[in-house]
Design a protein around this ligand. Sequence first.
Ligand SMILES: Cc1cc2nc3c(=O)[nH]c(=O)nc-3n(C[C@H](O)[C@H](O)[C@H](O)COP(=O)(O)OP(=O)(O)OC[C@H]3O[C@@H](n4cnc5c(N)ncnc54)[C@H](O)[C@@H]3O)c2cc1C
Ligand code: HEM
Length: 417
Amino acid sequence: MGADPFDAQKETIVLSETSTAVVSATLPAVRSHGEAITGRFYRRMFDAHPDLLDLFNRGNQATGQQKAALAAAVVAYAGHLTGDTAGTPWGQILDRIAHKHASLGITATQYPIVGRHLLAAVGDVLGDAVTPPVAAAWDEVYWLLACELIAREARLYAGAGVPEGGPVWRDWRVTGRVRETADVVSFTLAPADGGPPGDFVPGRYVSVAVDLGRGRGQQIRQYSLSGRPGADEWRITVKRVRGEGGAPPGLVSGHLHDRVDVGDTLRLSPAFGEVDATGDGGPLLLVSAGIGLTPAMAALAHLAEKDPDREVTLAHADRAASTHALRHELPALQERLPNLAVHLWYEDAAGAEPSPLKAHVTAGLVDPDRIPVTAGTAAHLCGPIAFMNLVRGSLVRRGVPAGRIAYEVFGPGMLPG
Ligand SMILES: Cc1cc2nc3c(=O)[nH]c(=O)nc-3n(C[C@H](O)[C@H](O)[C@H](O)COP(=O)(O)OP(=O)(O)OC[C@H]3O[C@@H](n4cnc5c(N)ncnc54)[C@H](O)[C@@H]3O)c2cc1C
Ligand code: HEM
């Protein structure tokens, strides 16, 4: 992960003395009402700016995940400024938010809108407790955080060649569509203007903006690039999210599966993401579950070309060989990566004979303690949060420093702790 650039600037990012006292005194109340405040904030903001509804993920709004992520970020940052939460990896947190924002094309001009409605929501929820000095102190917290993000996002846009103020979106033509499993489809994509797709670091993702049709507006989702960096086309591999237990089916994955075919156009952001899935040149451990294999597949394709002697372990968990997307690519990757060891856990291992794939196949759920670890390993994890927590705990217990364990969450937020 490298040095935390935010730490290097720590001395310069301080809350004024008056505000520190006020924020310290009111932090417990704001923390305990955090989600009520952000819930109120979204309602206010969307009433005033219905156009912003197209920018936010409706699924996350409905399930409350985005509320939790925004509230947690603001409260944790206030704690950081007042010395309440020592040791929080701020550089990583801000990088994650900034990359996500950049992939959505968030502009500096939108920060005053969010700030205004967030602070008004604090007033709505906490009532008379929000005196003018309290409002001023939280305004200061918001803007210190906002300036950090705006600066990072400006650097990301410049690096991606996006002009200040956007737009981030570019049209891409769907050049191929492959059904990988019953629920997973890959799309290959080339810029519609005929230009080169550009390079990317394995682990990066694109935002895909789709018009849902029939007046249902636009929705944006992120998809990790699953193909080889440097190829003439980019590839995303999308799992259909089925509606379960009364919840509706996934909007964008369903749209891509049901309505997008070769010859269609998709709007994509440049590739963003704070994680490099290829480690740092030493032994690499790629751990994935289900559709979480997409960044690992980009990493393997990259290493097969650029660093074929790398010692790599792929540990992947899936329901069965038949649900394991892109499994058919592993034998060719193994040919080109002689030091690639593959360990698979299938809940249903019937018919999972690995030939021509050379793999250790275990029936049942993954046992994190049996994932092989060698000295000096850097790890990259991608899968459900509970799975990644178990794996990370096991790796740390077995001597892998937490700082050498990178991970990707396919939703808002980060791993706790
Ligand atoms: C960095 C990153 C990389 C990713 N890479 C990939 C990838 O490579 N491949 C991939 O397939 N996915 C990937 N994802 C996940 C992807 O972005 C989407 O989240 C996923 O496709 C689901 O989107 P959807 O629109 O289909 O589902 P949504 O419509 O967003 O629904 C998501 C969930 O919310 C539930 N929900 C929605 N509305 C309600 C409601 N009213 N009440 C209760 N529940 C509700 C749905 O039932 C569903 O379970 C990635 C995500 C991130 C952040
Ligand atoms: C200081 C101000 C802000 C903070 C602290 C903040 C924080 C966050 C966090 C924590 C996430 C989740 C990141 C993740 O995926 O892990 C997020 C996502 C997002 N933010 Fe911000 N944000 C801020 C300002 C803004 C602004 C100005 C906009 C533009 C209107 C914006 C729009 C979004 C959107 C659209 C998402 C993705 C939502 C989703 O996928 O559900 N944010 N932000």
